[in-house]
Design a protein around this ligand. Structure first.
Ligand SMILES: *Cc1c(COP(=O)(O)O)cnc(C)c1O
Length: 368
């Protein structure tokens, strides 16, 4: 057998981020049966804490068994029937995936695009809705991890609702680090992932469905395209019926529960301010090193900063040295940004000035 001995590293890429030590301890608590009354209490408590971080009173709020992509897929297959029209906003790799997943769910996909590094323009959404008044949903990414853009949602959500459509929002890289105003904007479906700003290992995808989104599930004419991700069945296990669907990933739910407690102890506003302050320190340091941010204010995603690789510097070589010599992980670019940018995450527990200073010091050494 080969040795398995992972070293402690500082994970400052687009996720996973380092779980809080308390979360890792919760993961090792005794496994219970999935219908054990003690576990059912942990489930209820976890759903209530998820309502807190999602800023919602939505009854149908729970973690899907799977990573962030399972959240995306759950959102789509429980919001679309084959043939339904879906407007999908694409301004990066995750918007691109949303279009792909909606298409696989049988939707007729209409794209609204923006250049990578910029947010979607609400006027382009208005035009698309005017041309496609029969669309049922609009999908959009809140924190686009491939570009570092934080997408403003207020105007777009209002436009979508005026047209009688539902809005699906990807908050995998923002929930727990940036305000996700589910109820204030009436966001119909919002999903996330455990391993980014919630500081939990990968494996769960928190999701919440509003009233109109639940009505869709209850009134659909075709069965859900996915058996495993069918919320019509999963909700019977998370609700009072406790109907067996699939075995809950018990220990991961302990971990998420602990991660959410930590968020609540800190308080959402304090947490958002900490992420913002950490990014400001990072940007100041990067500018000091002569590096140029990709995204302009006010569209910078606090939890993930993108910066151009200077002329004549090997993008991958710098990342390799940061890892080998300093034990720090950052990421390179995707798609059109491949080889051109670095992506630096400040997510959850990791979003501290101490980590910023550690990274900047290492980067200064490596760039010399
Ligand atoms: C990471 C990420 C995902 C995918 O999550 P996985 O946990 O890798 O499945 C989806 N959307 C966004 C915006 C992300 O940052």
């Amino acid at each position: 057998m080969r040795q398995r001995n992972p070293k402690q590293k500082l994970l400052m890429g687009p996720g996973p981020s380092n779980p809080d030590p308390r979360v890792l301890r919760a993961l090792s608590e005794p496994t219970l049966g999935h219908l054990d009354p003690d576990f059912l209490e942990v489930m209820d408590d976890t759903a209530e804490l998820l309502r807190y971080v999602f800023n919602t009173k939505n009854e149908l709020t729970l973690p899907i068994s799977g990573t962030g992509m399972s959240g995306m897929e759950t959102a789509m297959v429980n919001s679309l029937e084959p043939g339904d029209k879906a407007i999908i906003c694409v301004a990066g790799a995750f918007g691109e995936r949303m279009a792909d997943v909606a298409g696989r769910a049988g939707a007729q996909v209409v794209r609204v695009e923006a250049p990578w590094g910029e947010p979607i323009d609400p006027d382009d959404v208005k035009k698309a809705i005017r041309k496609n008044p029969d669309a049922k949903v609009l999908g959009i990414v809140h924190g686009e991890t491939s570009t570092g853009v934080l997408q403003p949602l207020d105007e777009i959500a209002a436009t979508v609702h005026e047209a009688g459509m539902r809005i699906i929002v990807d908050t995998v890289a923002s929930l727990g680090g940036v305000d996700v105003p589910t109820d204030r904007l009436g966001l119909d479906v919002v999903y996330s992932g455990s391993q980014k700003c919630l500081s939990c290992p990968p494996g769960l995808a928190p999701i919440t469905f509003g009233e109109k989104a639940v009505a869709f599930i209850e009134n659909r004419k075709t069965t859900c395209q996915s058996w495993y991700l069918d919320l019509g069945m999963i909700r019977r296990y998370w609700g009072s019926e406790r109907f067996y669907h699939h075995t809950a990933p018990i220990n991961m739910i302990y971990a998420l529960n602990e991660a959410l407690r930590i968020v609540k102890e800190e308080g959402l506003d304090a947490r958002f301010a900490r992420h913002k302050a950490a990014q400001e320190a990072l940007i100041a340091g990067l500018l000091d090193l002569g590096l140029e941010p990709v995204v302009n204010e006010p569209y910078r995603l606090p939890t993930l900063t993108t910066v151009y690789v200077p002329e004549g510097v090997s993008e991958a070589e710098v990342r390799r040295k940061l890892m080998d010599e300093f034990g720090i992980e950052i990421a390179g670019g995707l798609g059109i940004f491949k080889g051109k940018i670095w992506r630096i995450g400040l997510m959850g527990t990791n979003a501290t000035k101490a980590n910023v200073v550690r990274l900047l010091g290492a980067l200064r050494e490596v760039l010399k």
